[in-house]
Design a protein around this ligand. Structure first.
Ligand code: ADP
Ligand code: MG
Length: 269
């Protein structure tokens, strides 16, 4: 074997290890709704047990990246592996909290029913809900401080309360990988605290958390890794080395005032 062949061989081994150990690995992913791609040739490796913020301006493709990872939108090219294998075999290990604005809140369901939906994979479509399932759903509501709202209509709750219920539904799934799309958008401070506490507890228990996050001021406090995107990947890695002023300028392309960046507790600016 030549040096070059050895190096290539080593590269393949490292790549195979990365894919096998990552809860979610994305390679060469391109998604397009029309002529212009929403995300282009994106590679991402989310590390097991990490807590990662996906960051980028509006329209950068953050929601699309999560949806493509979940198989909700079909990519033009690229591939997704979940715990080293195809998505189909691992759906039960992923919980997803969609962007709140994308949910139809007129849907006539009670809070407890929304949480029970998180159990449908386990229940099957026709199985009967038992007291045991109800009590598990109630436990999940209690973890987000919503146990007293179990019989309310979901549409009658405040935005923050709805977001807590969706987190409770994700908790009911008892997943290993939690994907959340802007979980803190439009919620009050008490809800933000409740949600981050739950996410940090999940993460402390070894779960992997990936959240689209819009508030640059809390990135350092909430997350240990970042993934920066603006259609193409801008960077990924530990917060200290990757969440830099330079990377933010690149991701936001001048749409971010320098004063905004100056105000942040950045790693290496
Ligand atoms: P982000 O979450 O970063 O704000 P999105 O992934 O929602 O970005 O959107 C990326 C781009 O794709 C945007 O230009 C958006 O307008 C477009 N887009 C998103 N969803 C659709 C859709 N269902 N149909 C057509 N275009 C879409
Ligand atoms: Mg979005």
């Amino acid at each position: 074997m030549t040096h070059l062949e050895l190096a290539a061989d080593h590269g393949r081994m490292v790549e195979a290890e990365n894919l096998a150990s990552s809860p979610l690995a994305i390679r060469g992913l391109t998604v397009s709704y029309g002529e212009k791609p929403a995300i282009f040739s994106v590679d991402a490796t989310f590390e097991d047990g990490s807590m990662t913020a996906i960051i980028g301006p509006n329209g950068a493709g953050k929601s699309t990246l999560l949806k493509a990872a979940l198989g909700v939108v079909r990519p033009l090219s690229g591939r997704v592996t979940v715990y080293g294998g195809p998505l189909e075999g691992a759906r039960g290990r992923i919980a997803y909290v969609p962007q709140r604005a994308s949910v139809d809140w007129d849907f006539p369901a009670r809070v407890i029913d929304v949480v029970l939906m998180g159990l449908y994979r386990e229940l099957g479509l026709l199985a009967r809900v038992t007291g045991r399932h109800r009590s598990r759903a109630m436990d999940c509501l209690a973890r987000v401080g919503m146990e007293n709202f179990a019989h309310r209509q979901i549409g009658k709750l405040s935005g923050g309360q709805q977001q807590r219920v969706f987190l409770a539904r994700a908790l009911a799934q008892d997943a290993d990988l939690y994907l959340l799309d802007e979980p803190f958008a439009g919620v009050d401070a008490a809800t933000e605290k409740a949600i981050i506490d739950v996410l940090k507890a999940l993460n402390a228990g070894g779960k992997t958390v990936v959240a689209v996050h819009h508030d640059l001021a809390t990135v350092t406090e909430y997350f240990d890794r970042v993934f920066l995107i603006n259609v193409r990947k801008v960077g990924e890695g530990p917060v200290e080395s990757t969440f830099t002023g330079e990377a933010l300028q690149k991701a936001y392309g001048g749409r971010l005032a320098v004063t905004q960046i100056d105000g942040l507790a950045l790693g290496a600016v």
